[in-house]
Design a binder for this molecule. Structure first.
Ligand code: CAA
Ligand code: NAD
Length: 338
């Protein structure tokens, strides 16, 4: 058996080996990107983001921070205002660290890269990349992409930030040609802080599309991983069953949300317990995800037990208690993290 010192040293060696392997993989990706000819004529410079909610605002912000010209689009001016508010608060937080002497200057320079519009057609006219982050509904997403297909340039890449819907089914709302330029690009909440992006490749996604998405993700200072178009991709396939089971624990009366959160934070080292995270993600979004998965369960793609309906979740959503975005979910706003 290894002593604790030699075990620690073996672990550190294996971590170093992993780090070295990751560095080699990253530099090989970067080398590959700089030498592989792309079917696209140029680099992605213009990004359009649909949905100015929690995710869309974050994606627009990191895009603007990485120097892209961003158009943020939503259905109402009020929603756009909400998105700009989220961006301003978050940028002020970033500026405090990056440019403490000139918070105003830092923020306004990045905000100059963001335009807003409620006109979906106009929003994509010049776009090189569209990232959709609207409500988690297959019908609404398909309607939007179907409409955008004839409005955007033929080489514009379409990406969806869906949490768990089939990227293939969303892409099928577009022409065959566009389906080659279609993929999932799954960011995590809060977007400015979470380093991961999952790139979901369908059977139709072309290599040049995939490479262009990898390149722009790296430019946004994120770490991409790749996944097939399977329910929940990597993170949500593991995370969502855990979140749903935590609600069932409360329904069964096993423990309170507060104690479950404390247990997972202090006992498992999670940055947030499941109920803080549920309020953070949005109970409506969690509910949409589990509804969508029930269809997959019927088709035998995922275990039925994982996504059984939960009365408590449905009740809170019906009451408009959606979490942080509505001021109350499992917790009241005063307990919530900004
Ligand atoms: N804007 C800009 N920066 C932000 C930010 C925001 N909105 N929120 C946090 N940050 C930054 C902070 O400035 C800080 O940066 P530095 O380390 O450079 O100083 C860093 O993130 C950590 O923030 P704090 O120190 O203020 O607070 P914290 O340590 O409590 O972390 C947290 C906050 C990052 C949100 C952390 O609690 C966490 O990781 N929570 C779990 C989040 C998670 O699991 N997200 C995934 C949800 S699932 C999903 O997104 C997929 C889906 O499809 C549903
Ligand atoms: P949200 O409710 O905060 O925002 C959705 C926004 O989309 C709203 O502003 C709404 O007005 C707008 N919208 C609705 N229909 C539209 C349309 N046809 N055109 C333009 N805008 C429209 O939702 P969110 O949490 O930002 O989630 C957005 C997407 O990102 C969903 O697919 C969700 O599953 C996914 N996602 C969410 C999280 C999360 O933690 N909340 C994480 C990763 C991915």
């Amino acid at each position: 058996m290894l002593s604790s010192i030699s075990r620690a040293s073996a672990m550190s060696t294996s971590r170093n080996t992993l780090n070295a392997a990751a560095a080699t993989r990253l530099s090989s990706i970067q080398r590959h990107l700089s030498t592989t000819p792309s079917a696209r004529e140029g680099k992605i410079e213009r990004l359009t983001v649909f949905g100015a909610g929690l995710m869309g605002a974050g994606i627009a912000q990191v895009g603007a921070q990485s120097g892209l010209k961003v158009v943020l689009s939503d259905v109402t001016d009020k929603a756009l205002e909400n998105g700009l508010n989220i961006i301003q608060k978050s940028l002020a937080r970033v500026a405090k660290k990056k440019s403490p002497d000139d918070i105003e200057g830092f923020t306004s320079k990045i905000l100059k890269n963001i335009e807003t519009t409620t006109d979906a057609g106009k929003a994509v006219e010049q776009s090189d990349l569209v990232i959709e982050a609207i409500i988690e509904s297959i019908k609404v997403k398909r309607d939007l992409f179907g409409f955008l297909d004839s409005k955007a340039k033929s080489d514009c890449i379409f990406a969806t930030n869906t949490s768990s819907l089939s990227v293939t089914e969303i892409a099928e709302s577009c022409s065959k040609e566009r389906q080659e330029k279609f993929a999932g690009l799954h960011f995590f909440n809060p977007v400015p802080a979470m380093k991961l992006v999952e790139i979901i490749r369908t059977s139709q996604t072309s290599t040049s599309t995939y490479e262009a998405l990898k390149e722009v993700t790296l430019r946004m200072n994120k770490s991409p991983v790749t996944c097939n178009d399977t329910p929940g991709f990597i993170v949500n396939r593991l995370l969502v069953p855990y979140l749903l089971e935590s609600i069932r624990m409360v329904e069964r009366g096993d423990a309170t949300p507060e104690d479950i959160d404390t247990a997972m934070e202090l006992g498992a080292g999670y940055p947030m317990g499941p109920f803080k995270l549920l309020d953070f993600v949005g109970l409506d979004t969690t509910s949409y995800i589990s509804q969508g998965w029930r269809d997959k369960a019927e088709a035998g793609q995922i275990s039925k037990e994982l996504v059984q309906p939960i009365e408590l979740l449905d009740k809170l959503v019906k009451e408009g208690k959606l979490g942080r975005k509505s001021g109350e979910g499992f917790y009241k706003v005063s307990h919530m993290i900004e």
